[in-house]
Design a protein around this ligand. Structure first.
Ligand code: 0RQ
Length: 503
């Protein structure tokens, strides 16, 4: 087998996960690697959770601030939450136990735009980063690190943390070497310079993470795969949403507003996103590119078929079948994929320069085009804003997609007023449900309302939404964004009762 740890000093730091976990004190802020189930440490968190449980059993408090790239996996978020060991979580999560503890008020959660996290740490706005725990694929003789299946915030964790623990995962393909582009040109204001990336596939950095070896306190060896959750085959709803999006893009090309090979694609995670990508893979557009956050199965298929010539992302999040395809053909894919730090993959400056086509999922939208991506009925978090805001505000075209109803039709995803706003009407250009597509570009609030109800709402809810809107037109004191303020959120209360009775 390939020798993964080739630096002599770091060889002397090899120890068990238990011994490394013993070096993390209670109250520490710990920056761990991991982005959408890729490249997270797999053994150290379990050993740390064991220590936490032991401390709690003897009446001691033992909790850490846990910072990551984005969501991780049961072996990280899951075990630490089960041990009641996370006091503060940021910036994005999707773990059921974490979510439960946040919504029960036991865990603090700071939901941040993913492109912001690194700079907030550099600015000193989040407090001191005590320890970095980062999975890598290998260590070069000179101590530089071969990044793993995600980059996320690892550059910042390694640069900013007082101490570093490395998990070297021999399950990660050594063919990952060279696929990364770690940009070291970011400065702090007032000395910032333009980020010199002018093509989605461009390279502006280095293939390795630099590492101050004197900060490394432990090296742990693991041999475990990433989370790799399978995808469901796109259902009819997802396919209908996908076909509305693809028809729209075709019309934009015809109208001369988009080039025939489109502009770099960004797509959120989940089954609708995959259905759109599957649709594009069989659609009319050729030689597309991607400038996205997470590279999922759909984009891998498009690279394979040649529809997509290159893809830039910060993480690889594959099903087991796609991972096998990736590993078996890594030489092919490594020429076409660039993995970057999330501050670059999601950077507003770059997203705006490249003219990215952004497609993200939502929980609900209101009749004026405000979008809620994060909250259930205003008070409970689902996952977080992730990168959706980084892309939506700065994109060339910004789509938000959802089925028109949730909970088997019992709840309308188009409502008079959203219960929480992540993307304001100013950042939302195109809303799509299986019912249809509302192109909101250039429209006033009142023009938007008519179109959203007509094109996106489910027929079962259209009459009630129309009735609300028409009464608002008659009774609202302001006629720019007509609302009945005492009534606008009653749809949320009704939905909450539906959810309570069906739970
Ligand atoms: O709940 O599983 O308990 O039934 O919300 O909804 O339809 O399964 O959709 O998994 O694609 O998630 C917006 C949450 C959609 C996701 C969101 C309930 C529904 C279900 C999930 P159950 P679906 P998805 C790049 C970009 C923000 C981050 C982002 C997300 C659950 O896409 O987190 O965009 N996005 N990042 O039943 C009550 C409604 C509801 C509702 C849905 N109106 N009322 N419940 N649900 N609509 C990626 C990253 O940044 C990492």
């Amino acid at each position: 087998p390939v020798e993964r740890i080739r630096n002599t000093l770091l060889k002397t730091k090899i120890m068990s996960a238990e011994a490394a976990a013993a070096l993390i004190p209670t109250g520490a802020n710990v920056g761990m690697s991991g982005f959408t189930g890729a490249g997270y440490p797999k053994q150290l968190p379990a050993a740390l959770a064991k220590r936490m449980k032991h401390a709690h059993a003897t009446g001691e408090d033992f909790r850490i601030g846990l910072w990551t790239g984005a969501s991780t996996a049961p072996e990280l978020d899951g075990v630490l939450a089960e041990a009641h060991g996370i006091s503060m979580r940021l910036p994005y999560q999707s773990d059921p136990t974490v979510r439960k503890q946040i919504n029960a008020g036991e865990m603090q959660y700071t939901d941040l735009h993913l492109s912001h996290v690194a700079q907030l740490v550099w600015f000193g706005f989040l407090g001191n980063l005590d320890i970095a725990v980062v999975e890598v694929a290998g260590i070069l003789p000179d101590g530089r690190l071969i990044p793993s299946s995600s980059v996320g915030n690892n550059k910042t964790w390694i640069d900013q943390a007082d101490k570093i623990i490395l998990e070297v995962n021999s399950m990660q393909n050594m063919g990952l070497e060279g696929m990364h582009d770690i940009y070291y040109g970011t400065q702090l204001p007032p000395d910032r310079q333009p980020i010199p990336l002018v093509r989605a596939s461009g390279r502006i950095g280095e293939a390795y993470l630099r590492c101050d070896l004197s900060k490394v306190i432990a090296v742990v060896q693991t041999n475990q795969p990433d989370r790799n959750t399978p995808f469901a085959e796109p259902d009819e709803t997802s396919q209908r949403i996908a076909s509305h999006v693809i028809d729209f893009l075709g019309k934009e090309v015809k109208a001369g507003r988009l080039p025939a090979d489109l502009l770099p694609l960004q797509s959120g995670v989940g089954n609708i996103a995959n259905a759109v990508l599957a649709g594009l893979n069989h659609g009319p557009f050729e030689k597309m590119t991607a400038y996205t956050e997470v590279l999922q199965d759909g984009m891998l298929d498009m690279l394979r078929s040649g529809k997509l010539t290159s893809a830039s992302a910060t993480a690889l999040s594959f099903s087991p079948a796609a991972l096998k395809e990736f590993n078996d053909n890594i030489d092919f894919y490594s020429k076409r994929i660039v993995l970057r730090p999330q501050e670059i993959s999601n950077h507003p400056e770059v997203v705006r320069r490249l003219g990215v086509i952004a497609m993200n999922a939502m929980i609900e939208a209101d009749i004026y085009g405000n979008v809620n991506s994060t909250h259930i009925k205003g008070t409970s978090i689902m996952n977080g804003i992730g990168g959706s805001g980084d892309f939506a505000r700065n994109a060339f075209l910004s789509f938000f997609v959802t089925p028109s109803t949730a909970k088997n039709g019992a709840i309308s995803c188009i409502v008079p007023m959203v219960s929480h706003v992540d993307h304001t009407e100013h950042d939302v250009q195109i809303l799509v449900t299986e019912q249809g597509l509302a192109d909101l570009r250039g429209l006033s609030p009142k023009q938007r309302a008519r179109l959203i109800i007509e094109k996106c709402a489910h027929p079962d809810y259209r009459p009630a939404l129309t009735e609300y809107y028409e009464r608002a037109l008659r009774e609202s004191p302001g006629q720019h964004t007509p609302h009945l303020m005492h009534e606008a959120l009653t749809w949320q209360e009704t939905a909450l009762r539906v959810m309570e009775t069906t739970a």
